[in-house]
Design a protein. Structure first.
Lengths: 321, 410, 300
């Protein structure tokens, strides 16, 4: 927990207040145009150099590929299911070593889990639940590319309805590709009442930066779900990553929000949402919804889900539509 | 000051952690290990120990937290058993690959299915290729002493690998025996605080740990280094054992020879049931049979030379495995046979399976093993693996099958 | 046996090219093996794929060490230390490079290479026919099929096998078939690759004993933090963003949105692209509100 009165923790208002120093350097094995890395890079600018990233198996495991690491801080790869438990071990060890005078308090680090949605939404759910339950003072950064991306784009429980993946192909028995709806991790995590919980997008860097700045003043679990457009898996040109990140927010598919002690605030509510079709169209994973014949039912269903979500938001917050 | 008291095997393990002044104990309960973590929880709560105790959400998480804390630079203790060890299994390989020290006590319990509670060694032996060192214990005193020695071994720069210390569920875990508690001051001289030189997480010395490697050449190097460190650990262990004996008066070798000097017929056993084997050896000796016993103690690294030296030239050797690899037989039998393969005077080996799921090995069964040893010595082939199973046990089993509504031939 | 090695970057379709060749040879009745190798690197990173063709069962596995034919997806790979497309090539090898440059220009880059070097601008042909960069796999797969002496019919059959499994539109599939015919006709002017008579095993390196190292060395840990720029992922790039300073308003958008931290700001807050590292995703080009970046094809 940092001193909230410190000037560098005040909310920023424009891009030029984003730190120029880099804490994750280039030269990694990650795909060009990776939306998850774009978000993590911005987060790292707030977290600073005294940080350990505790990783679960996924695309970002390749960030530190022997003998190279892009981090100025530390890194620990654990397993796919237990990065949050790894964070627990590191945090507890540092607390004890500092208390026993074996490590100087000045050499403490921020402990940050970095995991993809495959790990986070599926097999790591219980380990993370445990860490939140224990009130662990740690960060969790989930780069959500809505699939098992590292293994080549198979369905995870973060894959949205209508997206085609290699394990939810389109066929006679599944016209929409993925037939399940995306698991609502935000609400699952929120039920634990963590100190801080937010969604972030690499295309909304001020919002992202301010959320990390806010969280830095809090002790306890600080959890982030980063929308991570994935050119390789979602099948679009890498230069369009920021476009899809923006469209996800502007169509209302990805809501920018936070929850402090469980109380939700939407941090950006577009005055009018664009039709979801603008986000879907152009991504290869949704192509089957538009050609050879338009799957009106599926597109409508996606739009309806989004509309229902926001109707509920407006109802509960009393905000004007 | 040294103190003598009655302790269960579990309490002895907890005392080992306490005297080792561990920094961190992530835990998750499983029968028959619970008493270990209950004691440590109490001591951490009332300030008896300085280390932090945390209940995790699974053994997988527990082992991850344990390894991560060791990678941060803390001295870590934890314990599990059976299904728990298997639930956290991948993490064993992970921690060994990180090359960080910790001590993990396993309280042996047979593996499901069928789920059961009492001891056999399929759980601990499943971890034999993980990179962890393994030491198997026979008495409550040995448990405590071994935990202390294990930290020295794990933290030695020539080794720097985690250690599993095994004790049998029920037969040791819940059994009280007199145990001498070494004085804390003497222990801290024997076991000074852990000083990490290669693996730490702290703001002033950033490093990446557990990085992915690409390509078999890099992987081969790192994996083979674990083997080389284990090989080194044989000599390091002997140093530590000698120093421990000098300080505390108790010597534990890589293997324990029992009345082996002139023994013609030898039993090879491990863990708590070795006590029963020793009693039989004495019984046979009184009858004029030159019997002896070799107890396996350090199982990883595998002390092949010590075992071969102890067994070469005997009339016959029975390896009693309290485990079973279906489709193969006894696990330690295979390894002992391999250790003897290039010896000129290799004795006939009898492969015996006994004590699965904690089943007793009665005197009558031991007597049958002796008969088999004498037959083997006379050149008769004794087919194995041979499961020790008595007629009353079989009759009782048939009754149970009948009660369960199964068709049993009269 | 004929051993064909394809070099490309993840996303360029060289795995598909190796499969088109494999399928074509299979259709022609040969014993075939094809396989890609990736590092963990992704889209844009150098990768290789292998196709083996023989009349009898193939008793080789893994990477091709001494290729008869090497197909290189773009000339920036020729001298790439990570890709090393000419490794194991000799006077009997054929190297086919997709390039806008001629043989003489390419030979200057690889003076040590003494074998046959063929070059053509397959990207241009592919774009002219299909308007899709992805069809480079069709062009190079079919060119290789022609070079190893497979018929046009078998080559098209092999292509069809691959297209069946793709999610391409019908129109695109047809365009790819047209492209195949064009490329095949073009490649027919080259003499086919001949099977080597000599099949000796590649020279073996001496064996060493791996000995104990202390734990600081013996684990996969890294003390030289922040050393990833040494990898120089700039070699992934096929197109480079070039700043036209006069159009730049110093708004920071490219700097903030670059996923890679490959754009920094100079003292006057103008963006500076680190070409040693920039992977060429071109997100900066697309995002720039004043269109201050232009795109140039890489020539190394």
């Amino acid at each position: 927990m940092s001193d909230p009165t410190s000037p560098e923790l005040r909310a920023i208002k424009n891009l030029k207040q984003i730190a120029r120093e880099e804490f994750i350097l280039p030269g990694t094995a990650i795909c060009g145009g990776c939306g998850g890395l774009a978000a993590l890079r911005l987060a790292a600018k707030v977290l600073g150099p005294k940080t350990v990233f505790v990783n679960a198996a996924g695309c970002f495991t390749l960030l530190a590929t022997f003998p190279y690491t892009p981090f100025k801080g530390s890194w620990l790869y654990t397993t796919m299911a237990s990065a949050a438990a790894g964070a627990q071990g590191v945090r507890d060890a540092l607390d004890v070593l500092i208390a026993r005078g074996k490590v100087a308090a000045a050499d403490d680090v921020e402990v940050v889990v970095v995991a993809g949605d495959g790990s986070t939404y599926d097999m790591a759910l219980s380990a993370t639940s445990g860490a939140i339950f224990r009130g662990l003072d740690f960060w969790y950064f989930c780069y959500d590319n809505e699939s098992y991306g590292n293994t080549g784009m198979q369905m995870s429980s973060a894959t949205p309805y209508g997206a085609r993946t290699l394990t939810t192909p389109v066929g006679e028995h599944a016209r929409a590709g993925t037939e399940h709806g995306k698991k609502d991790l935000f609400e699952i995590w929120r039920a634990h009442r963590p100190a801080y919980l937010a969604t972030v997008s690499p295309r909304f860097p001020i919002d992202l930066t301010n959320k990390f700045l806010k969280a830095k003043q809090l002790r306890g679990p600080k959890l982030f779900i980063a929308h991570a457009p994935c050119p390789t898996g979602w099948l679009y040109d890498p230069e369009l990553t920021a476009d899809y990140a923006r469209l996800a927010v502007e169509t209302g598919i990805f809501a920018l929000k936070e929850a402090v002690d469980g109380v939700v605030t939407h941090t950006y509510v577009p005055r009018r949402h664009r039709p979801v079709e603008e986000y879907l169209r152009g991504q290869g994973r949704y192509r089957h919804l538009f050609e050879p014949v338009r799957n009106e039912e599926a597109i409508h269903k996606i739009q309806e889900q989004v509309d229902r979500y926001w109707a509920n938001v407006h109802e509960t917050t009393g905000a004007a539509r | 000051m040294t103190q003598r008291t009655l302790l269960t095997g579990n309490a002895a393990a907890a005392w080992g952690a306490r005297l080792a002044d561990v920094d961190y104990i992530p835990a998750f309960p499983i029968t028959p290990q619970t008493e270990i973590i209950e004691l440590l929880a109490q001591w951490a709560t009332d300030g008896t120990i300085a280390g932090r105790f945390v209940t995790m959400d699974s053994e997988h998480s527990m082992l991850t937290a344990a390894g991560a804390a060791a990678a941060t630079g803390a001295r870590v203790f934890t314990a599990t058993s059976s299904q728990g060890l298997l639930y956290g299994f991948e993490v064993l390989y992970t921690i060994a690959g990180w090359r960080v020290p910790l001590v993990l006590v396993n309280v042996s319990r047979a593996l499901a299915s069928p789920i059961t509670l009492e001891a056999d060694h399929n759980d601990i032996l499943s971890a034999r290729d993980s990179g962890f060192l393994q030491i198997h214990t026979e008495t409550c005193q040995e448990i405590l002493d071994t935990v202390l020695m294990a930290y020295r071994l794990a933290e030695d720069q020539r080794v720097m690998l985690p250690v599993l210390v095994n004790l049998d569920g029920f037969t040791l875990s819940f059994t009280r025996e007199p145990v001498e508690l070494p004085a804390a001051a003497a222990v801290s001289e024997f076991l000074p605080p852990y000083q990490p030189h290669h693996a730490f997480i702290r703001g002033d010395r950033p490093m990446a740990q557990g990085a992915a490697v690409l390509g078999g050449a890099a992987y081969s190097y790192f994996r083979y280094q674990q083997h080389l460190a284990q090989e080194k650990a044989l000599a390091v262990y002997e140093e530590i054992a000698a120093e421990f004996a000098a300080r505390f008066g108790r010597y534990y070798g890589l293997v324990e020879p029992f009345q082996l000097d002139d023994a013609e017929y030898v039993l090879v056993m491990s863990n708590a049931f070795a006590t029963k084997g020793k009693a039989m050896v004495q019984h046979w000796r009184a009858r004029g049979v030159k019997a002896g016993l070799l107890r396996l103690r350090v199982f990883r690294p595998f002390p092949a030379a010590a075992i071969a030296a102890a067994l070469a030239g005997r009339k016959a050797v029975a390896v009693i495995d309290q485990n079973l690899a279906p489709g193969l037989g006894g696990i330690t039998y295979q390894e002992i046979a391999a250790a003897l393969y290039d010896r000129q005077e290799r004795p006939p080996l009898v492969s015996v399976i006994g004590g699965l799921g904690g089943k007793d090995i009665s005197q009558g069964e031991f007597e049958a093993v002796l008969v088999a040893l004498q037959q083997a010595a006379a050149g008769e082939r004794v087919p194995g693996p041979w499961l020790l199973y008595t007629k009353p046990e079989q009759e009782r089993m048939r009754t149970l099958l009948q009660i369960a509504g199964k068709e049993v031939q009269a | 046996m004929l051993r064909i090695r394809f070099h490309g970057r993840g996303g360029q379709g060289m795995k598909t090219a190796s499969r088109i060749l494999g399928s074509a040879a299979f259709r022609a009745g040969f014993c075939v093996q094809d396989s890609p190798v990736y590092g963990a690197e992704r889209r844009g990173a150098p990768m290789a794929a292998f196709t083996r063709i023989d009349r009898v069962q193939i008793r080789e596995r893994g990477a091709i060490v001494r290729p008869d034919l090497v197909v290189v997806a773009d000339d920036t790979l020729l001298t790439d230390p990570a890709a090393q497309p000419l490794a194991g090539c000799d006077a009997e090898s054929t190297v086919l490079v997709n390039s806008t440059r001629d043989e003489a220009a390419l030979r200057q880059e690889v003076p040590a290479y003494t074998g046959r070097l063929l070059t053509a601008d397959f990207t241009a042909v592919a774009l002219a026919t299909t308007h899709a960069l992805a069809s480079l796999s069709t062009a190079l797969g079919v060119a290789a099929a022609c070079l190893v002496g497979l018929s046009l019919a078998d080559s098209l059959a092999g292509l069809d096998d691959e297209l069946t499994e793709s999610h391409m539109s019908m129109a695109q599939k047809e365009a790819n078939r047209q492209l195949a015919q064009t490329v095949y006709a073009q490649a027919s002017s080259w003499a086919p690759v001949r099977e080597r008579e000599d099949s000796r095993i590649a020279e073996t390196a001496p064996l060493v004993e791996v000995t104990f190292d202390p734990p600081r060395l013996a684990g996969p840990s890294i003390y030289a933090v922040g050393n990833s720029p040494q990898r120089r992922t700039g070699n992934w790039r096929q197109f480079r963003p070039v700043l036209q300073v006069e159009r730049c308003t110093r708004c920071w958008i490219c700097f903030v949105r670059c996923p890679e931290a490959a754009i920094s700001l100079d003292a006057q807050e103008y963006p500076v692209v680190d070409y040693d590292e920039c992977k060429g995703c071109l997100l900066c080009v697309h995002e720039c509100p004043t269109h201050a970046f232009t795109v140039e094809k890489e020539v190394r």
